[in-house]
Write a protein that binds this ligand. Structure first.
Ligand code: ADP
Ligand code: MG
Length: 421
């Protein structure tokens, strides 16, 4: 497409009703409609979907969107159908479809009706689908959650590794766009290498969350009492408390309840009904606190979570960033408090001991980084952003003072000395 002849702002308004692009969206879309490869790195909630949805709607042909989760794909398809009178404008192609449904999808794609075709990576490897798509006009291929391609990411999926060769079979010069919220340089390298998009224009948004306050406290025998005190000081506010084990989740939720805090437990061991009940209680503010394993949070969009407590330190800085990122989505206060003891690191190491050697090596390297974070006396925000390959000025940077090490440099060091003793 020729950029001079199109009005992206008008299309944004027409299809989505928004009057302004968010962050780097416009540049990404310009790049895509010019048929170039793009690599988009933006934090969760940054508005990555629109980067491929809008150009897909504007262009001829069908855009293929590779996404790892069926639930995510269905949500997006429903949302796109909601802005059009044409149901066939977006489809999911996967193994759960009936023969008749597949026929309809193929017809809509062939007729040029379908602008967005969502596929799971394992479906895209199916010969039947590859054969079919080879004969169709494909506008571009978007690889969402592209970190799934890397073992250094938090959600490695081997099927993502085959994408490059499949896209090549679909036709010559089909533009690729990779999108992820995982900003570590290692993961980015893997994505570029595996998808063969060394020539891609990179769009990277800042990962700084200036309204989040980062704090690490030594974890002692009295950690439950420390947590209760914190939660009571923040009573009436919404918060998430992460624990490593399901058992600890249940125990801590109970301890909080006994102490008059309205809290519910959440982990993958509960049946679906209990899980959605507890999740809803938190979202509807029937309770203040949810005590959970990492099973809680993906896709939870509660804007006014005021604190995220880590009863146990997570297995990587990446995980820590994603989990604390659920605080302060509305831009308001968000207190991120982690309790740290080196014993917990040893526990995490033990967890990994049964895994393949290569996986252990990666796991241990990630653990060393979180140890360094917990024990650092420098700006925590600078530490996190440095991990993501981003510079941060710890004196004048946005949110520089929202950090225990900056606010209380001395106390901090003494506290850590206590832990190390
Ligand atoms: P990501 O995939 O980066 O986590 P999403 O694509 O899910 O983010 O978008 C997050 C939210 O931002 C969505 O609710 C979306 O509707 C909204 N959004 C995206 N672009 C815009 C925009 N230009 N103006 C207003 N809201 C937007
Ligand atoms: Mg997304």
């Amino acid at each position: 497409m020729n950029l001079d002849e199109i009005d992206l702002g008008a299309s944004l308004k027409k299809y989505f009703g928004f009057s302004q692009f968010k962050g780097l969206q416009e540049g990404v879309i310009e790049n895509i409609v010019q048929g170039k490869n793009s690599f988009v790195i933006m934090p969760t909630g940054g508005g990555k979907s629109l980067c491929y949805q809008l150009p897909a709607l504007m262009q001829e042909g069908t855009a293929i969107v590779v996404s790892p989760l069926i639930a995510l794909m269905k949500n997006q398809v429903d949302a796109i159908r909601g802005i059009s009178s044409e149901i066939g404008i977006a489809h999911v192609l996967n193994s759960s479809l009936t023969k008749t449904e597949i026929k309809q999808v193929k017809k809509d794609v062939s007729d040029g009706v379908t602008k967005l075709l969502y596929v799971a990576p394992e479906s895209l490897t199916k010969e039947e689908y590859v054969d079919f798509l080879q004969g169709e006009k494909i506008s571009f291929v978007a690889v969402d959650e592209a970190h799934c391609i890397s073992e250094w990411g938090h959600d490695f999926r081997p099927e993502y590794r085959n994408l490059k060769s499949i896209v090549q079979r679909l036709g010559d010069g089909i533009p690729l766009i990779a999108l992820t919220a995982t900003a570590t340089p290692k993961v980015q390298e893997d994505i570029i290498k595996n998808l063969g998009i060394g020539d891609a224009k990179v769009f990277k948004a800042s990962f700084n969350r200036p309204n989040l306050y980062y704090e690490v406290r030594p974890k002692t025998q009295n950690v439950d009492a420390d947590i209760i005190r914190f939660v009571k000081q923040n009573s009436g506010k919404s918060g998430i408390i992460y624990c490593l084990s399901r058992k600890r989740v249940e125990e801590l939720a109970q301890v909080l309840q006994v102490n008059g805090v309205s809290a519910v437990p959440y982990h993958a061991g509960f049946d679906g009904k209990t899980r959605s009940k507890h999740q809803d209680m938190f979202l509807m503010e029937d309770v203040d606190v949810v005590v959970a394993t990492i099973a809680f949070g993906m896709g939870i969009d509660k804007p006014d979570v005021r604190f995220v407590i880590h009863h146990d330190i997570p297995k990587s800085i990446e995980s820590y960033y994603q989990e604390t990122g659920r605080a302060g989505r509305d831009g308001g206060e968000g207190h991120c408090l982690a309790f740290y003891s080196y014993k917990d690191i040893e526990k995490l190491e033990k967890f990994m001991s049964g895994k393949p050697v290569a996986e252990q090596e990666i796991g241990n390297a990630l653990l060393q980084e979180i140890v360094a974070y917990a024990e650092t006396s420098m700006s925590r925000r600078k530490f996190i952003l440095h991990y993501f390959g981003e510079e941060f000025d710890e004196v004048n940077g946005d949110g520089a003072e929202m950090d225990d090490n900056i606010r209380n440099p001395k106390e901090k060091q003494e506290a850590m000395d206590d832990v190390l003793k």
